[in-house]
Design a protein around this ligand. Structure first.
Ligand code: HEM
Length: 160
């Protein structure tokens, strides 16, 4: 069984970029039903605090240009099917938040295999996502719960 245990520290100073850290030995904060999509809540409050499905669509529309503008993430996305990725992310985030969706995409390991995603690129992607969530005034607590669910995925995504 996959264990989603992490210790997460997110510091958003007024200047500077958010810092993330996680450790494998921390107490579990999230449970998983399969290795692709850990469900982090049993009610729909979190999903609603992101504006439901329409909110998630807006988030992806806002964050993709940020990923395309960031030198650490642009090379991966510029020639990719951005429309599909956004749609898959909406589904995936919706499931993570126990929304009324199903994820039809690939596992994180399959989707990112052979891409040579570095730790720096992973951090950059998460940081741009946090910028979007801040811009959209998603509550900080809700942001943290999402980021806490995404952080353990680094094991399946980062190659080097
Ligand atoms: C927690 C972090 C991440 C999550 C939740 C995530 C999620 C996803 C999802 C749901 C897909 C679609 C899978 C499918 O089409 O079946 C995808 C594809 C993709 N991801 Fe990620 N991803 C993450 C990190 C990254 C990073 C760090 C990069 C590069 C900097 C990246 C680059 C890509 C690319 C280029 C694709 C398209 C692959 C293809 O079309 O073959 N992802 N990701």
């Amino acid at each position: 069984m996959m264990k989603y245990a992490l210790m997460l520290a997110v510091a958003t100073a007024t200047v500077g970029t958010p810092q993330l850290a996680w450790a494998d030995d921390a107490a579990p904060m999230a449970t998983s039903r399969d290795s692709t999509v850990p469900v982090i809540t049993d009610d729909m409050a979190l999903f609603e605090s992101f504006g439901g499905r329409a909110g998630l669509v807006k988030i992806m529309d806002d964050v993709m240009p940020r990923w395309l503008a960031n030198a650490k993430t642009r090379p991966f996305f510029e020639n990719a099917d951005q429309t599909r990725i956004k749609a898959q992310l909406v589904e995936q985030f919706c499931v993570i938040m126990k929304g009324p969706c199903e994820y039809s995409g690939r596992s994180m390991a399959d989707a990112h295999r052979g891409m040579n995603v570095s730790e720096a690129s992973f951090y950059a992607l998460v940081e741009e996502l946090q910028r979007t969530l801040n811009a959209m005034d998603v509550q900080f607590r809700a942001q943290n719960r999402l980021i806490a669910a995404l952080a353990p995925m680094h094991r399946d995504i980062i190659d080097k």
